[in-house]
Design a protein around this ligand. Structure first.
Ligand SMILES: [Fe+2]
Length: 175
């Protein structure tokens, strides 16, 4: 198993101030944005890496009195589907860990908490890109081919659905 770093999602107090800093000072670009659900605040995705949909994302929900930890979750890419299944089985043996299997269309993800409650996502890339944010619960009992067929059935009707290579080739032109 080999986990590589991908992105972080942070709670912020003022999205405008934060975006101004990340875009104009640090050189990020907004790659996607939208509400997390009905009546939910926007999540804004930013990246300056043409091979990453987002390196950071932010949601404006943080209040002044909140503790200093503003992290929603840390995410790690996993290279093989069978490794995701192994991880899922391992997590299921730990009663204190809650697992939320979620597919964003472009991923098959496992969301879970660490022992102190910090959010973690480990995801495997599907062969497709689709606009974010969105997520549907998937069944980690599925085999790889079944899981991919399920993703295609759930997301292929969306206008933004396309092969991953096409999306990232276009992004490489833009950056
Ligand atoms: Fe994520």
């Amino acid at each position: 198993m080999n986990l590589s770093w991908s992105h972080a999602v942070i709670y912020v107090r003022d999205q405008d101030v934060m975006l101004d800093f990340y875009i104009n000072v640090l050189g990020f670009a907004v790659t996607d944005r939208g509400p997390m659900g009905e009546n939910a605040p926007d999540i804004v995705f930013i990246s300056q890496d043409p091979t990453e949909h987002h390196q950071l994302a932010m949601v404006e929900v943080r209040k002044d009195q909140d503790p200093s930890n503003s992290v929603n979750h840390f995410a790690f890419r996993i290279e093989r589907f069978d490794e995701l299944k192994i991880l899922h089985a391992r997590l299921q043996d730990l009663p204190a860990i809650r697992i939320n299997p979620l597919s964003h269309g472009n991923t098959l993800s496992l969301y879970f908490n660490d022992p102190e409650g910090n959010g973690i996502e480990v995801f495997w890339d599907t062969p497709w890109h689709v606009a974010q944010p969105q997520g549907k619960t998937w069944d980690p009992a599925l085999a790889e081919a079944e899981a991919l067929a399920w993703v295609e059935a759930e997301f292929a009707s969306e206008p933004s659905f396309e092969p991953r290579e096409a999306y990232y080739a276009r992004r490489a032109q833009e950056v």
